[in-house]
Ligand binder design. Structure first.
Ligand code: ZN
Length: 461
């Protein structure tokens, strides 16, 4: 362990600050010392046998076992043989529409938003960002209630509005939901785009999503005039722009224009040197959402995935043997699956080598039957399959999305941070699939009652 700032000496100085406001209303007051576990810090470093103190929902001291002293009256939890990592942060989902017996705007209630956030939390995701599909004022109210401690423990809710041309933007399924809720700002001109950004900035929003996609010629596509205005105006207000773009020309265009986050991977063509040069210069964040295009893990009879889903949903997906392009199924792989995989295997490492800043995102909730929470683990495993080390994958699921989203009290195990972490029965640095060996999930220092969540989901289904 090389970083003395983690040691107990610095607790007093680090424990005051703006992060206190969130966690003080939660968390148990009595200190608890967790010791003996392997600590994956979230920044790429590891403490092989570590210890940390949790007090008032925050990490009060952290370091190698033996270097952290037991505060008076503190309880002690032995984590020998376990691995601890920060809770993950999912920077790209679509919360609220999935109802498991139906999908759509009629399901979009605060209770259903809470349900989806509980599902993310169950799987160790401590913060979840609904991107471009959650209605603004309702979402702000939900955030206020959550921050005030009025809601049961769940993944911390973040959201950003979307912008698209009228009748453009989200795919055919999601569009039905967002249109009914007026969740996407519809803009046709640069002037309208700037006005919309100003409205968002006045509500203190920090992120916005745009779609630059004509869906193979079937949709109106946001013009360069409009997205240049979005990006320029957003940056004037210290806002970041997340751009959906799925083709090489579109990704090139939005990154060159200054989009801060690119969403999706180019899976239909190989990247060229021109794009890689742009990436090396701009170094955007990148939410791959690979899993959205993958065969669902529901087909694999994996209890890790199945446990949180209603049995009827699992059965319906497994029973579907024909290909359904916009819904999970267990049909034969699509005819272009092998080509897609080869293109991804070519493009992914090139993006990483060019210096893009990978962040976790899953697109869960965009259509019926995609899985909140387990999809996050799928995404990590895919990255490792494509050449990342497990450590790099974990950083991209923890510290880096926290940095992107300005979540200053999450993302790493460090003094002063909110005590949001997973305890794992096996070491994911040896095998990334060990992120699925979840012994427990802690949010703001309190162990999540995962069995109670499972029981409630079973009852409802
Ligand atoms: Zn999406």
């Amino acid at each position: 362990m090389r970083r003395s700032k983690f040691l107990a000496c610095c607790v007093a100085a680090a424990s005051v600050g703006p992060i206190a406001a969130y966690s003080q209303s939660r968390g148990q007051a009595n200190a608890v010392l967790y010791e003996g576990g392997r600590l994956i810090i979230g920044d790429g470093t590891v403490i092989d046998s570590g210890a940390f103190v949790v007090e008032n929902g925050r990490i009060g001291a952290l370091g190698p076992k033996g270097a952290v002293t037991l505060p008076a009256g503190a309880a002690r939890v032995d984590l020998t043989g376990k691995t601890v990592m920060p809770s993950m942060i999912n920077a790209h989902v679509h919360i609220g529409y999935e109802g498991y017996t139906s999908w759509g705007a009629q399901n979009y209630t605060p209770q259903n938003v809470q349900n989806h956030l509980e599902r993310e939390a169950f799987y160790g995701v401590g913060a979840t960002v609904s991107v471009g599909s959650s209605p603004t004022d309702q979402s702000i109210r939900f955030q206020q209630d959550q921050q005030a401690g009025k809601l049961p423990p769940a993944s911390r809710f973040l959201f950003m509005p979307g912008m698209a041309p009228p009748n453009g933007g989200p795919d055919a399924v999601l569009l039905k939901g967002t249109t009914a809720l007026h969740a996407v700002y519809e803009v046709s001109t640069a002037q309208e785009a700037r006005a919309a950004i100003q409205t968002m900035a006045a509500k203190r929003l920090k992120h916005v999503k745009i779609w630059v996609d004509d869906r193979r010629g079937t949709y109106p596509k946001m013009t360069p005039d409009v997205y240049n205005a979005v990006i320029d105006e957003a940056h004037k207000h210290q806002m970041l722009v997340h751009a959906h773009a799925t083709t090489l020309p579109d990704q090139k265009a939005v990154v060159r224009a200054g989009a801060d986050v690119v969403v999706h991977l180019v899976q239909g063509e190989k990247l060229d040197e021109e794009y890689l040069a742009i990436l090396r210069e701009k170094k955007p964040y990148w939410a791959t959402v690979i899993g959205l295009g993958d065969r669902t893990e529901v087909c694999d009879n994996d209890p890790f995935v199945d446990q949180a889903l209603p049995a009827a949903v699992v059965a319906a997906i497994r029973a579907t043997s024909e290909a359904r392009p916009l819904a999970p199924n267990c049909g034969p792989p699509s005819p272009n699956a092998a080509t897609r995989e080869a293109t991804i295997a070519n493009n992914f490492p090139k993006m990483i080598a060019a210096g893009v800043r990978l962040v976790l995102g899953t697109d869960a909730g965009i259509h019926a039957g995609h899985t909140f929470g387990s999809a996050d683990h799928h995404e990590l495993a895919r990255w490792v399959q494509l050449g990342l080390t497990p450590s790099q994958a974990i950083v991209a699921a923890t510290e880096r999305p926290a940095e992107l989203l300005g979540i200053t009290d999450m993302g790493t195990l460090a003094v002063g941070k909110s005590a949001d972490f997973l305890v794992l029965n096996a070491n994911p640095l040896e095998n990334i699939r060990n992120t699925r060996q979840i012994a427990s999930v802690y949010l703001r220092g309190i162990m999540l009652d995962r069995n109670a969540l499972l029981a409630a989901w079973k009852k409802a289904s």
